[in-house]
Each structure stands twice: as C-alpha cells, then as structure tokens.
Design a protein. Structure first.
Length: 331
C-alpha cells in the first residue's frame, strides 16, 4: 500500500478531521481534534499537524504520498494561501499549503470544501464516470463545485463556483453576503426554518408548534421535514416553496453549464431524498435546455466525510494532472 495512500484533512471552525484514504476513495482511518480558530496562526496550524500526526502514528503503513486539505475560503487554490475566512480568523494571508508541506515533507494541495467534495464525488462517488458535474451541498449554507473533464473549474482568480450566492429573486430577503434573494438564504437549513417561523408568527396552526414545544423561534429545518412527512399544511407549504426555489436555481445552472449530472450533498439535501423526481419535474419551465428532464439529480455518496474524501481527491487529481503534463513534455 506504500505510496498509494493519501491523507485528507477537513478544517472547520471548531474541528479538524483527518483521514487515511485509499486510491479507491475508501476512508481507512480517521482522527479528529479541536480547531483553535480564533488564536494565532501557529496555534491553528498546530491543530492541523496534530490531526495528521494522529493518522500517521496509528496507520499500519505511515508512508503517504501527499496531503490534501479543504478549508473555508476565501483562499487561493493555486498557491495554497488562505486569505481571510470569516470563521477561521487565525489565518489571514496564511500560506497553509507551504506550512504543512514544510512540516511533513510531502506535497500538499488546498481548496475549499465544496470544490473538493465535488471532485470526490466525480472520482469515486455518485458522479463517477461523468465528465461535466455540478455539485451542491445544502446545509447551514449552500456551497457548490463545478468539475469539467475531471478538473475543478476555478475561474480566473480561483473564486468561481459560488453558486450558493446566485440570486434568483431580486426582491427577496437579504443574504449574509449582502445580496438579495440568493438561493442560500431561501433554501439552506436556516432559510427553510426562518420561512416556517414567519408563517407561525402569522398565527398559523401547525405541528411545528408541538415539535418546538410551543416556541416558534426554536423551529428548525429538521422539524419542518418531520412535520411535512406527517402531512402538516404549514410544513408542506414551506417544502413546496423550497422545491420551487431549488428547481428554479438548478434550471439556471443547467442553462449555464449543461452538466451531465447534478449531485446534492449536505444534511438538508437528505430532506429531499424522496423528492428529487419532484425537483426534476419542476425544471419544466425553469430552464430552456431541452434535455433538462434527462439530467440525473442524485444524492452524494459521501456524507459527513465529504471533506476528508474531497481533500484526498485534490491530491489524486493533482498527481494525475502532473503525470499527464510530464507525459506531454516527453513526447
């Protein structure tokens, strides 16, 4: 197995998760450590190196070929510099890839979590075998990644793929990003819960009040899903509104990218497990692409481990790209 293993590192605001990942995308071993995101740069880096060392210490074969890291942006995937992520204030213009590479002496690749997860799904997951992939993770926010011919589409400056902040309603609610009507503010977990709470504040009766013990401010998207499954009228309205928004958004994505497949991940996406055909039907009238009805919309393979698998996918793709470049130069 020597040389065939990589380490994937998923950095969040409160934890660092690392995993030993095979060439087939199987996560063989994991480690988690707390992330100190509000201290200095060195303390934040120490959390990352500790997670990697935990993997190396416990692995049967500690000889890994590379380390991949997914980290909240903004960041520059070409240089591996973390610019100024809001929930990782310890790092400002921090050369994360170089710092990790100097510590462990092996190549390091860095990108944001949605791009990395999109690549993992393309290499090993639900989009395996497809050339043009659109990936969306729906949870506390909405992140997206675009993979074209096996490569993440980064754009001119590395900032492409912010599909969660595609506006679909110019008069809609203001998103934390400052724009109005972003799909994130309409269809993320907090967005779904907020619309449900507003309906309850209008005096509507609903099972949601029972689930939240009479406190509408405690309503969550999970409660909306549970109430919807029981036939609750208010929850059904919220879910139908969400499905319409997602279909309109994906219709724009299809008209722009014409993907082979759409993969949805994240905790909130699981709420739509039995509603994917409903979303596809709603594409009629939401886009002009005549083949939209035939584009598969599927759930992601990797759940909570999407960050680890995605980070590992970054270095697999980087190695493949380097091999192709070397072969081309020798011809």
């Amino acid at each position: 197995m020597s040389g065939k293993l990589v380490i994937g590192v998923d950095i969040g605001g409160t934890k660092v998760a690392a995993g030993l990942v095979s060439a087939q995308g199987e996560i063989l071993q994991q480690a988690r450590v707390p992330m100190v995101s509000t201290g200095d740069a060195a303390t934040g880096l120490a959390a990352v190196t500790r997670a990697v060392r935990d993997i190396l210490r416990n692995a049967r074969d500690p000889q890994v070929s590379a380390i991949g890291v997914c980290c909240p942006g903004p960041l520059d995937p070409k240089t591996g510099v973390v610019i100024n992520p809001p929930n990782l204030t310890c790092w400002r213009q921090f050369p994360l890839a170089d710092a990790i590479a100097q510590t462990f002496g092996i190549p390091v690749a860095v990108d944001n979590d949605a791009n990395a997860a999109a690549l993992a799904e393309t290499l090993w997951g639900a989009a395996s075998g497809y050339r043009h992939v659109f990936y969306g993770t729906i949870g506390t926010g909405i992140g997206t990644g675009i993979v074209l011919d096996g490569r993440i589409y980064e754009g001119a400056t590395g900032a492409a793929g912010e599909g969660g902040h595609m506006g679909i309603d110019i008069n809609g609610p203001t998103c934390p990003c400052g724009k109005r009507g972003c799909i994130e503010v309409l269809a993320s977990g907090p967005g779904i819960a907020k619309r449900a709470r507003k309906k309850l504040m209008d005096g509507r009766n609903s099972k949601l009040l029972e689930l939240s013990h009479g406190n509408s401010e405690d309503v969550t998207s999970e409660m909306v899903s549970q109430a919807y499954r029981s036939g609750d009228v208010v929850a059904t309205e919220v879910m139908q509104e969400t499905l319409r928004a997602l279909a309109y958004w994906l219709g724009n994505i299809i008209d722009l990218l014409d993907p082979d497949i759409i993969v949805l991940g994240g905790g909130v996406a699981n709420m739509f497990r039995d509603l994917l055909d409903d979303i596809r039907r709603r594409l009629r009238g939401a886009c002009v692409n005549p083949s939209a009805q035939h584009i598969p919309i599927v759930l992601a393979r990797y759940g909570e481990d999407a960050g680890i698998a995605g980070a590992a996918a970054l270095v697999r793709a980087q190695a493949a790209s380097s091999a192709v470049a070397t072969l081309t130069q020798t011809k």
